[in-house]
Design a protein around this ligand. Sequence first.
Ligand code: BEZ
Ligand code: FE
Length: 296
Amino acid sequence: MIISKQEDVTGAVIGAMSGAPNDRLRTVMASFVRHVHAFAREVRLTEAEFEFAIDFLNRIGQATNDAHNEAVLFSDAIGLSTLVCLLNNGQDGASETAAALLGPFWRANAPQMENGASILRSPTPGAPLFVDCNIRDGQGRPMSNVRVDVWQASPSGMYENQDAGQADMNLRGVFISDENGRFSFRSVKPAGYPVPTDGPTGEMLAAQKRHPYRPAHLHVLAYKPGFKTLITQVFVDDDQHLESDVVFGVTRALIGDFRKGQGTPPAPDVDGDWFSLNYTFVMEPGEAVLPHPPIK
Ligand code: BEZ
Ligand code: FE
């Protein structure tokens, strides 16, 4: 098609793409082009802004490596990851536990451990935390043999792969739920942390006068063939950033009851404050697929 005016461009592009044999590709790309073109018209995108945006995208790619995924981080910081997550998963806890972002820091192949074991693999600051959770199906029946992957940042604010001071796989572990649907482990009470701000996403946050903090949380990925993989996070109830998570990941049902321990601690080496967390996860039947790890 020969273009006569700017209004012609959108139809020309969608027409050019209309021969794609894959229906879904045709639908998604036509909608994408319609919305991107509408966006450019709505803001009357200047050439300088377009050039900046292209450079920004290129820099997202350049900032991505085996240990860091800037594209995930950017999608998170504009709320797109949470939107996609909630579009595709339970969000109100009615039939399954609300989903939350996988985030950029999940690693496959964390060590499998016995229930009750500690996921600390090098000295880690923070109050001891004893986590004791249940997994149920939609009818409230205990689910055994669920493979539960847990991971969290150190209270110093970094995941082990970001921090040479932590042992490999520190604060990561895989547990198998027992015949009562229980899994348990020892850790430290998570602390909030800033997402990495040394790339283009950090530049955007600064330009928007946004803080980079995520409220403290524990990540969970629960996997069992025949059930939809549950990817979620449990948030610490007293965190100051629950209402302003930089990646919009907090839903009310996911705020956990991190209770300050009373009386005799569950392990003899504990002195000082300690905490417990009990939480029940609900999984629903579906396809058990694992995400691609965003990092190695
Ligand atoms: C995380 O929770 O690990 C995370 C999620 C989104 C962006 C950065 C970190
Ligand atoms: Fe996290």
